[in-house]
Design a protein around this ligand. Structure first.
Ligand code: PEP
Ligand code: MN
Length: 340
């Protein structure tokens, strides 16, 4: 249930309520909005709920108690009506500026990563992407450079000032990767890896949670709830395309997921037009559509020599094409009252 405090409620009242709820065995999460303070009380047995709600509603400083019927609570709009703005290494995601993250699919070498980082920065990207621990459908394809890749990304950050996002696949690697990176990426293949979600929920690093390629929006929001349930509310949701019968594109980019997530959740939404299409020729158009639909950020694959890329060359933009994309998305952002 969520408990909406009356405007006169003091900090002492809030603390008293939290103590009361904890005594009853609830997990307590507080959302302080511009206008209202909302307390989420999670985890009481179903049969007690109505009685407890009535008791809580009798408190002088409680305006209203509302049951949350949805299977996700902390990431939903009822609990937190205002949009969440995340600070990732000094870059705000979810505000009026559309953030562009860009870089190679994989960290292949220091030279390739530093060159790409410099190119995406000069085109206007403000976050670097790059995989060091790579999820691969085939066990025979490139698996990433591991910690050496993280060291290269850290060097690129030092050289450019760009914070970086990189994927974590295994709960045992969370501590290591969180030590290096600014944002933890959970890939599509791990959206429902619940021990991993709990582990990143224990950190206070921003997390970008990609949609499972065969997951519904509701399943995706429940996956985010696993992270928030551990106290880490710095979560972004990333639409990266889903499986359909279409084979011309690698995945089917679900444009409607962007406003749907905006309606259901307060979390920022990121669009990945690279994995969403699998074809570099389609990346700019889908980026523009995503921004028009309300995306808060893009994540785009860029490689100085896509023909030599160890992974995802067909969907990677050369730096000049990425610069072109940056020029093209600006007017769409302006049309929806934002900037890039
Ligand atoms: C990636 O970002 O390189 C990646 C592997 O993405 P996804 O999990 O969406 O396939
Ligand atoms: Mn990739």
């Amino acid at each position: 249930m969520i408990i909406i405090l009356s405007p006169e409620a003091t900090e002492n009242d809030l603390q008293e309520l939290i103590g009361n709820l904890k005594e009853r065995g609830y997990g307590v999460h507080v959302s302080k909005g511009v206008e209202k303070t909302i307390v989420g009380a999670i985890g009481a047995p179903d049969e007690d709920k109505a009685v407890i709600a009535e008791q809580i509603e009798s408190f002088r400083y409680v305006e209203r108690v509302v049951p949350i019927l949805k299977p996700y609570k902390l990431v939903g709009r009822e609990f937190h009506p205002d949009k969440t703005v995340i600070n990732a290494g000094g870059v705000e995601i979810g505000g009026s500026k559309v953030v562009v993250m860009a870089g190679p699919c994989c960290v292949e070498s220091e030279q390739q990563t530093l060159e790409t980082a410099a190119a995406v920065k000069s085109a206007g990207a403000t976050i670097l992407r790059g995989g060091a621990f790579k999820p691969s459908t085939s066990p025979y394809s490139f698996q990433g450079l591991g910690e050496d890749g993280l060291k290269i990304l850290a060097k690129a950050r030092e050289a450019t000032g760009l914070p970086f996002i990189t994927e974590v696949m295994d709960a045992r690697d969370v501590e290591l990767i969180a030590r290096y990176s600014d944002i933890l990426q959970i890939g599509t293949r791990n959206m429902a890896n619940f021990p991993l979600l709990r582990e990143v929920g224990e950190t206070r690093k921003p997390v970008m949670l990609k949609r499972g390629m065969s997951s519904t929006i509701e399943e995706w929001l429940q996956a985010a709830e696993y992270i928030a349930g551990r106290g880490n509310y710095s979560i972004m949701l990333c639409e990266r395309g889903i499986r359909t019968f279409e084979t011309f594109t690698r995945n089917t980019f679900d444009i409607s997921a962007i406003p749907a997530v905006g309606m259901l959740s307060h979390l920022p939404i990121v669009a990945d037009p690279s994995h969403g299409t699998g074809k570099w020729q389609l990346v700019s158009a889908v980026s523009r559509a995503a921004i028009a639909a309300g995306a808060d950020a893009l994540i785009v694959e860029v490689h100085p020599h896509p023909e030599k890329a160890l992974k995802d060359g067909a969907q990677s933009l050369r730096p000049d094409k990425f610069q072109q994309l940056m020029n093209e998305v600006g007017s769409v952002a302006a049309a929806v009252g934002r900037s890039v």
